[in-house]
Design a protein around this ligand. Structure first.
Ligand code: SF4
Length: 350
């Protein structure tokens, strides 16, 4: 896939060969400024890199200003219907604005583009399947409507010679999100923000987001991501990190490679994997170690050898491997303490 242009959001470079950036969104009214800022601080600690806030009406201006002034993360201000709010947001200090071509008329964009140019602030053109104008609504081909709407607006931006653009095309359908993004990525080289929208609760949301975002990332498409989760934004960030880690684009913590278990199990893999994960979480290790916990000698030694550190189960014991070499045999009762000591030592190695 061709490289995208690079767009700056505050100090972050988005696009090109830069790391895929994690975003989330504030889900409480902006008037609770203290709560919003506290949430931003927690999200930053969790690994969020850009926060989006929805600016709905002019009377929220003072809250937007305070959030922009105090935020610990770059802020993208999200506007629907009223392009004048996007202009105000830029003047207040927004690091980026998002407009929805489904509800901001093209003719209203001229002033916004002039202000964005003057302040060097990028604009995300964010198409959403929930707000496609009637002329592009096509029940039998939703992808085509999303892509045509995007093309129409991008042509307008191009006519105005404005290139500090990011794109997004989100649908609640994983397939439509995938094909709309594939198509647009083949037509334009602006950075793309990925997400599947309105994915629902819990595991359903995690799976839809992981499949949609992950499939596109594996095609080399996507410069920023957001998991749209009906729940805590902290969960959005945790899932986003796991997606990036699963496709090997970024690593944030040790990864446990544990076998699913079968009747060959020589050790209690499920218990050991849980204990190891819990110990790693408590130690707050950020080094991306690969830790194998394998139940027997069939695939165990192979996976354990391939990992930074690993165990392969035997009868009431395990073989400890380190960097591909057998270190020692460990009795059943000592497996977790020996493994975690090795992990700690390896995490502290420079
Ligand atoms: S590693 Fe061994 S115990 Fe684990 S699933 Fe494979 S064959 Fe079964």
């Amino acid at each position: 896939m061709k490289k995208t242009r690079i767009v700056r959001v505050a100090d972050l470079k988005i696009g090109g060969n830069n790391p895929v950036i994690i975003q989330s969104m504030i889900k409480t009214p902006l008037k609770k400024v203290g709560f919003v800022l506290n949430t931003i601080s927690k999200l930053k600690k969790e690994g969020c890199e850009i926060i989006r806030v929805a600016y709905k009406e002019e009377k929220e201006a003072k809250f937007v200003k305070s959030i922009l002034k105090e935020s610990l993360l770059p802020v993208e201000v999200d506007i629907h219907f009223a392009s004048n709010l996007a202009i105000d947001a830029i003047k207040f200090g927004a690091d980026a604005v998002r407009i929805n071509p489904g509800n901001v008329r093209k003719q209203e964009l001229k002033n916004l583009i002039d202000v964005a140019k003057a302040y060097s602030v990028p604009i995300r053109v964010g198409v959403n399947s929930g707000s496609i104008p009637a002329k592009y609504k096509n029940k039998s081909n939703a992808v085509s409507g999303m892509v045509c709407l995007m093309k129409e607006y991008l042509e307008y931006f191009q006519k105005q010679n404005f290139k500090d653009i990011m794109l997004s095309l989100k649908s609640n359908s994983v397939r439509d999100t995938y094909y709309a993004n594939m198509k647009v990525a083949s037509l334009f080289n602006y950075p793309i923000h990925l997400g599947v929208t309105a994915t629902g609760l819990g595991t359903t949301s995690i799976i839809k987001s992981s499949v949609g975002i992950g499939a596109l990332l594996l095609q080399g498409i996507g410069d920023t991501i957001r998991v749209s989760y009906t729940g805590s934004p902290l969960e959005e960030v945790r899932t986003a990190k796991m997606i990036l880690s699963a496709v090997n684009l970024r690593k944030f913590a040790p990864e446990i490679i544990s076998c699913p278990g079968c009747s060959r199990l020589g050790i209690d893999v499920i218990k050991l994997a849980r204990e190891a994960q819990s110990a790693i979480n408590k130690m707050s290790i950020s080094k991306p170690l690969k830790i194998a916990i394998m139940g027997c000698e069939v695939n165990g030694p192979g996976e354990a050898e391939d990992a930074d550190i690993g165990i392969a189960g035997g009868k009431n014991c395990a073989i400890l491997f380190k960097k591909g070499k057998i270190v020692k045999k460990v009795s059943d009762a000592n497996i977790i303490s020996v493994l975690m000591k090795e992990v700690k030592d390896m995490a502290e190695e420079r």
